[in-house]
Write a protein that binds this ligand. Structure first.
Ligand code: ADP
Length: 372
């Protein structure tokens, strides 16, 4: 038996309402009437304050799915506990879902990390490209400034009549010619490079004799090589077949290779060879300068890239010469490569295919793939 009471106030008077609760009735009729309908879907129990079961099933191991609430008033020491009937199915579903969540979250993290990495690399690449561009602008401006100031200085000396003897006058004029040649070559390079960058490089191909182009370029350049104390030797295989070529572009490519030999390997010997190798003609420029380390050999053909030997020794340059040579070689359906052992010089080779019409019908020229 349980006595329960409540306080009420009405018309200025206090009332206490007392209730006598028949516990046997509560357990035998009230609780079954209220709870038994739930048995199909749920398991339940009523426990007292010490956790003893007063009515219903023993609910254990239902952590996470157990609903518990104390009775509000009269039976306030008791608590109603409920759990779904298909608890084990829910538990296994939940652990399956948790495992799937873990996999999904790990995968998302992986994708996010990979995305960040790609972004970081792209930003780094962009940064490097803009650094190279500003370096290029600084280098070109420097390369333009030096010959210009030399030309200005020596022409002023001549104009002011400050020439000691005819020998010195000739020397001044030679310096002016040499520096204006250098200026013209640099401007040619920059203009061609800009055309390539804008995708507007236009070549004027015709079937021609590469040997003739090489001989003409060497004639023009021999003087400069000798002035720089480079001894030039050449070996051109006689009777070479024709190639489809743009004379001016090919001359520019060869002059760039010779100019590099002067810049990096003077004084010393430079050897130019032109020979047939299968369906290709190979034009090589060999010097005995510092050479290029293996890890830099592939990169020197990238635009603006200057190897350590150039940057370290303060050799003037803009880093576009070899990228032009590569573009020209590839536009001819050929390739350019370098063989070098550091300290023992470098050999640059441009290979271009022989003109189709010069090959026997049975063996047409194969298209070439670009060098890596
Ligand atoms: P630049 O000479 O203006 O720096 P290039 O594109 O012509 O640019 O050459 C790229 C780099 O390749 C040079 O900076 C230099 O480090 C290296 N290189 C080119 N030719 C030679 C060579 N004959 N010997 C050694 N290093 C060379």
């Amino acid at each position: 038996m349980l006595i329960s009471f409540t306080h009420r106030k009405s018309a200025g008077r206090d009332y206490y309402i007392a209730l006598s609760v028949d516990m046997a009735n509560v357990l035998g009729q009230l609780l079954p009437a209220e709870l038994e309908d739930l048995r199909d879907t749920s398991r339940f129990s009523v426990v007292d304050s010490s956790g003893r079961i007063i009515y219903g099933d023993l609910l254990d191991g239902h952590s996470g799915f157990l609903y518990e609430k104390p009775f509000p008033s009269t039976l306030w020491r008791w608590r109603l506990q409920m759990a779904p009937r298909n608890i084990w199915q829910l538990v296994s579903e939940s652990s399956r879902r948790r495992a799937a969540d873990v996999v999904l979250i790990s995968f998302s993290l992986l994708v996010i990390t990979a995305g960040m990495l790609v972004l970081l690399l792209a930003v780094r690449k962009q940064q490097r490209a803009s650094e190279l561009k500003s370096e290029f602008i600084a280098n070109v401006s420097h390369e333009l400034k030096t010959p210009l100031s030399l030309i200005r200085m020596f022409s002023e000396l001549i104009a002011l009549g400050r020439v000691k003897n005819p020998e010195a006058g000739r020397e001044y004029a030679e310096i002016i010619t040499r520096e204006s040649d250098r200026l013209a070559r640099l401007i040619d390079n920059v203009l061609d490079f800009a055309r390539i960058e804008r995708g507007k490089a236009a070549y004027d191909f015709a079937t021609g004799d590469l040997a003739e182009v090489v001989e003409r370029a060497l004639d023009v350049y021999r003087y400069r090589l000798e002035r720089e104390r480079m001894t030039l030797s050449s070996e051109i295989e006689p009777g070479l077949p024709p190639t489809r070529l743009d004379d001016n572009a090919m001359t520019l490519a060869l002059l760039n290779l010779l100019e590099n030999a002067v810049k990096y390997a003077a004084p010393g010997a430079v050897r130019v060879t032109l020979k047939r190798a299968g369906e290709m003609l190979e034009l090589s420029v060999q010097d005995h300068g510092p050479g290029i380390t293996e890890d830099e050999q592939a990169r020197i053909f990238d635009r603006f890239y200057r190897a350590k030997n150039a940057r370290g020794r303060g050799v003037r340059g803009s880093g576009i010469g070899l990228s032009l040579v590569k573009h020209i070689a590839e536009a001819h359906g050929g390739r350019v490569g370098v063989r070098s052992l550091p300290g023992q010089g470098a050999t640059f080779t441009i290979a271009v295919p022989i003109a189709r019409e010069a090959l026997p019908e049975s063996e047409p020229a194969r298209p070439l793939v670009s060098p890596s």
